[in-house]
Design a protein around this ligand. Structure first.
Ligand code: FAD
Length: 475
């Protein structure tokens, strides 16, 4: 058949990677088409990821906070929860952002095409039109010819093969629907996504179990950070099962019956009203006809790229979750800008020294760059500045002084290599540490930067002064 639409830049998928690439390409003067199978722009992050989870976590954190106010002389009644209203609030937050994206696409004259895109060859994509809230096809097809393309088709939750198909077994997308109020909930996988959703359900009234194959929750973060979270959050859990395998599950009328294996596993199968599968996300690389365009895809579905985000086919780029870890929105956005600029002929390259990670639990856990564990493993000599929030006026005034801020410096050059923060708003603060690393700042640069008092952010300056040996505020 013929070609229905032509463009200089075709972007496949409208998540944080895809819309950022499309907007940058349009700003650089390229005629841009953005293909998305779902009704709204924003991808996983805006629709069923970062944003809706944070809308719910904010409500949960406020509920948890005021539940301790009795001791401050302020009493509230026991909160009642209207799940339908809370869900409507969450949907409104999402709608505001996805609506904003649609307006920005229009303003930039980015043509959005609704449908499932598949490569026909290295210059053509076929789009099967979709409709409704999901991705039901209408039967209509069109062919788009492109000069350059960016693949931003993202990832989806891994489903364990032995899990029964049952409304009481959900992934994060299902959990965000708030369809039920479980009494006993199992979180399968002790990573950030599972623990964030578990926090929400626990505050709404569920008792939690978590099962993790590795020897600790929130892998990747230093254990001293995680310990602070765990101490505050242990009361939410009946069982924290580490080094434990989930070996089977069946749907019964009383709940989902789950069997575990491992030293810390309960001998008897456990029954749950809700099981959240949060065992990782797998890239969509094998579902887009990439082979027809000659684009290499790994066995696991990732698309290898160079530092300009180019695949093995030089005019086809790939970004975001589909190119590999860490699967984070802020990484996707930066890669997107590089890809669009490189496609427009600029000499951009992705060379971020560090990418921050944040668990938006309560307290938050945030880290960036080198961790203490990695320093130990790699034999890197470091100097540490550890500032306990029990010495922070602001943290004490907030009645939340359980956290700490630590910075890791190169023992020889005194330049900052990494940092970790646990406590309320840790995620909002970690960007400063990332900036310091990118700028090659040392203990004195950070310690002599005047931070406003009293703030939690001050703890970063203090940690640097402690490392330098000039902090007078903490013994
Ligand atoms: P995606 O957001 O996955 O977007 C890909 C888009 O491509 C989708 O809209 C999909 O429909 C579309 N698509 C796929 N195939 C086709 C096709 N063939 N045709 C047309 N369209 C197609 N990250 C953070 O940084 N911070 C967080 O707080 C955070 N919280 C999260 C919470 C949850 C519950 C989840 C699940 C994820 C979270 N993430 C978070 C991760 C973040 O959502 C992803 O890293 C990010 O969305 C990746 O962006 P992307 O553009 O690569 O892909």
């Amino acid at each position: 058949g013929g070609v229905d639409l032509e463009c200089e830049m075709l972007v496949l998928g409208a998540g944080p990677g895809g819309y950022s690439a499309a907007f940058r390409a349009a700003d650089l003067g390229m005629k841009t088409v953005l293909v998305e199978r779902y009704a709204t722009l924003g991808g996983v992050c805006l629709n069923v990821g970062c944003i809706p989870s944070k809308a719910l976590l904010h409500v949960a954190a406020v509920m948890d906070e005021v539940s301790h106010f009795d001791a401050l002389g302020i009493s509230f009644g026991k909160p009642t929860v209207d799940r339908a209203k809370l869900k409507a609030h969450k949907d409104k937050v999402v709608g505001k952002l996805t609506g904003g994206l649609a307006a920005m696409a229009k303003m930039r004259k980015v043509t959005t095409v609704r449908g499932i895109g598949t490569f026909l060859d290295a210059h053509h994509v076929e789009v099967q039109e979709t409709t409704g809230t999901g991705a039901e096809t209408t039967g209509k097809k069109q062919v788009i010819r492109f000069k350059t393309a960016v693949i931003a088709a993202g990832s989806q939750a891994v489903q364990l093969p032995f899990m029964p198909k049952d409304p009481r077994v959900v992934d994060s997308t299902g959990a965000l629907e708030l369809a039920t109020a479980p009494k006993r909930m199992l979180i399968l996988g002790g990573g950030i996504i599972g623990l964030e959703m578990g926090t929400v359900y626990s505050t709404l009234g569920a008792r939690l179990d978590v099962v993790e194959m590795l020897d600790g929750l929130m892998q990747g973060a230093d254990r001293d950070l995680v310990r602070v979270w765990q101490k505050m959050n242990t009361p939410r859990f009946d069982n924290i099962m580490l080094k434990t395998k989930t070996v089977g599950a069946e749907a019964t009328k009383d709940g989902i019956l789950v069997r575990f294996e491992g030293e810390q596993a309960p001998k008897e199968p456990q029954v749950y009203d809700l099981v959240l599968q949060a065992v990782g996300r797998s890239p969509n690389g094998k579902k887009i006809g990439a082979e027809k365009a000659g684009v290499n895809v790994t066995d696991r579905g990732f698309i290898p790229v160079d530092i300009q985000m180019r695949t093995n086919v030089p005019h086809i780029f790939a970004i975001g979750d589909i190119v590999g870890q860490p699967m984070l929105a802020h990484k996707a956005v930066h890669e997107a800008h590089v890809a669009a600029e490189a496609a427009a002929g600029e000499k951009s390259a992705f060379n971020a020294r560090v990418i921050p990670s944040v668990a938006y639990t309560d307290p938050e856990v945030a880290w960036v760059g080198l961790t203490e564990d990695e320093a130990k493993k790699q034999g890197i000599a470091i100097k540490k500045g550890h500032f306990p929030w029990s010495a922070s006026g602001r943290a004490i005034a907030n009645t939340r002084d359980e956290g700490f801020t630590k910075l890791l410096f190169d023992a020889e050059t005194h330049r900052i290599l990494g940092g970790g923060i646990v406590g309320t708003h840790a995620g909002d603060m970690i960007g400063e540490v990332a900036l310091a690393i990118e700028m090659g700042a040392d203990e004195i640069d950070i310690g002599k930067t005047i931070h406003p008092h009293p703030t939690l952010g001050e703890s970063i300056g203090m940690a640097a002064e402690i490392a330098h040996g000039t902090c007078t505020d903490v013994p």
